[in-house]
Every structure is written in structure tokens, then in C-alpha cells.
Design a protein around this ligand. Structure first.
Ligand code: SF4
Length: 278
């Protein structure tokens, strides 16, 4: 099948881990052919429910959603909007999400519990020029690495970047010890570097928050974050060159881990070639 690749112009911190594991997957997923495929074989609605959860968390910064009626009103508004988008995109098999999306009821219950017990954040000071608040876009000086941080708040020692996760935050490493998923840690470290390039100062803490309300701190050093940002720019440049040269397949990195759950695998020639050799 002939595929229509386009040159990527931006890479976001949330895309970086996936793009690093297999840059070709990042390029392939952006083709119109892959988007049709993913629309018909989709993820079981988890992404759509995740979008609703993020919308709720964003609203909870300025609106008290601890009261059940306020929670339900906001949830229904976002649900209606999300289902309309799914119908428009052709993902009719996922509507209604309440019956079709995996984990819908549990996710909603956990979020209700979290918001009922969550302390209201300290109001961010105005006039600092720093990007405080929900859904803050952060961009590097080149404009190529850019993404939206879920929430930037004022902590006791300075700015804190918070990212909400609806799924597991930890995985087992080679020593069978629980560790924060490297892709999540890198995502926050990239936000830290973008915050620095945009605002001229560093955040003091990076935090992943689960729906039980637990906050997990991601360690960082300034030099490692800046190096990661350089590597992200380099990866984007490599992908751009491969597409410009008409050889995006050269960016494929087939392997058991990355290919196992790859949604665009049915379109992937390099996977086919690799899997016949193993
Ligand atoms: S199937 Fe494997 S090699 Fe092909 S795009 Fe997906 S992750 Fe990359």
C-alpha cells in the first residue's frame, strides 16, 4: 500500500518516548492511511475517557468539583463533547462511551473520589510572567519541541509542573524493582527544559499524579533536561531528513517491546520484513 508521509514540524514531550522507541511509528501514525486504520481498530475508548479526565482536572483548578452534582454536570458536558467528536471522526463503535470504553466506570469513580478529597491549589501570583495554571503550552526556543503541561502550580519553593496519569505510573525494571516509567519521567524532564527556555528559570519539582491522588516526584538535573531537549531536537531533525529523502522506513526500529502494541503495525513494511527473520 502506498502511504502519504508528511514532514513532521513538531515533537511534543508526550510523544517523545514513543518516537524514540520507533521513529517510524511516529511518522507512520501521522499518515492519513494510519489514521483511518486507528479509527477503525481503536484503543477501546481509553484515550477518549482520558481526554475527559484531563478536562475535568483542568476545570477543577478553578471550579469546586468536590460536590457530586457539580462533578456530574461537568462530566456530562465533557462526555457529550467527546462523543460528538468520536461520531464525527467515524469512531461510532465507541459511542456511548459508558458502555463501550474499557474502564469507564472505574475511572469515573476514582476521579470523583480524587476530586472530592483534593485540596484546592495555592492561587498562582499574577504578574510574574511565568506560565502558571492548567493546560500551559511550553515551547523551546526553536519552536520545534512543544507541548501542553497539564498544570503548573506555585509550590512552597517555586513552580511545580504536574502531569496527571489515568493509567499505571510504575513499571518493573530489569532488577524487578518498581520504577517510574522512563517515558513519563522524560516527558516531565522535557517540560522542565521547555519551561526554562520559555520562562528563563527552572521549576523546583516535577510531579506525576495518579487518580488516587498520590503524587510521585520525578528527579531531574538541569543539565540532563537540557541534554534531553537537544536529543529531542536531533530526533525530530532525523525524522525530517528521512521523510525529505523519501525513505521514512529507514527510521523503523522493530523490536518485540515496541511492536507488540503498535497500532499501525498492519501498515508497517519493516515489521513484516523483521518478523519473517526471527
Ligand atoms: S510495527 Fe514496530 S517497526 Fe513498525 S512502526 Fe510499529 S513499532 Fe515501528
Amino acid at each position: 500500500m502506498s502511504l502519504t508521509f508528511s514532514t513532521p514540524t513538531r515533537l511534543s514531550p508526550s510523544q517523545y518516548g514513543r518516537a524514540l522507541a520507533c521513529p517510524y511509528q511516529f511518522l507512520l501514525a501521522k499518515t492519513p492511511e494510519a489514521q483511518v486504520l486507528v479509527g477503525t481498530m481503536s484503543s477501546g475508548g481509553a484515550a477518549a475517557v482520558g481526554t475527559i479526565v484531563h478536562g475535568m482536572l483542568e476545570r477543577a483548578v478553578t471550579t469546586d468539583l468536590s460536590i457530586p452534582t457539580a462533578f456530574e454536570t461537568a462530566w456530562q458536558q465533557l462526555l457529550t463533547h467527546q462523543e460528538a467528536r468520536l461520531l464525527k471522526d467515524g469512531s461510532t463503535h465507541l459511542v456511548p462511551l459508558a458502555f463501550r470504553a474499557r474502564g469507564y466506570a472505574v475511572t469515573k469513580l476514582l476521579l470523583r473520589w480524587y476530586l472530592a478529597n483534593k485540596p484546592m491549589p495555592i492561587p498562582a501570583p499574577s504578574g510574574t510572567g511565568l506560565p502558571f495554571g492548567p493546560e500551559q503550552r511550553l515551547t523551546d526556543l526553536s519552536g520545534c519541541i512543544s507541548g501542553i503541561a497539564d498544570f503548573i502550580r506555585l509550590g512552597t519553593d517555586g513552580p511545580e509542573i504536574v502531569d496527571y496519569k489515568t493509567g499505571p505510573i510504575f513499571q518493573l525494571n530489569a532488577n524487578a524493582e518498581a520504577e517510574i516509567k522512563p517515558a513519563y519521567a522524560q516527558q516531565l524532564q522535557l517540560y522542565a527544559a521547555l519551561f526554562y527556555e520559555q520562562a528563563g528559570c527552572w521549576p523546583t519539582r516535577l510531579l506525576l499524579v495518579d487518580l488516587a491522588g498520590n503524587e510521585h516526584e520525578v528527579g531531574f538535573t538541569e543539565s540532563a533536561c537540557l541534554q534531553l531537549l537537544d536529543e529531542a531536537r536531533h530526533l525530530l531533525a532525523q525524522m525530517q531528513s528521512a521523510v525529505a529523502a523519501g525513505n521514512p522506513e529507514s527510521m523503523a526500529a522493530p523490536g518485540i517491546e515496541q511492536c507488540r502494541f503498535c497500532q499501525v503495525r498492519p501498515l508497517c513494511g519493516p515489521f513484516e520484513a523483521w518478523s519473517t527473520q526471527i
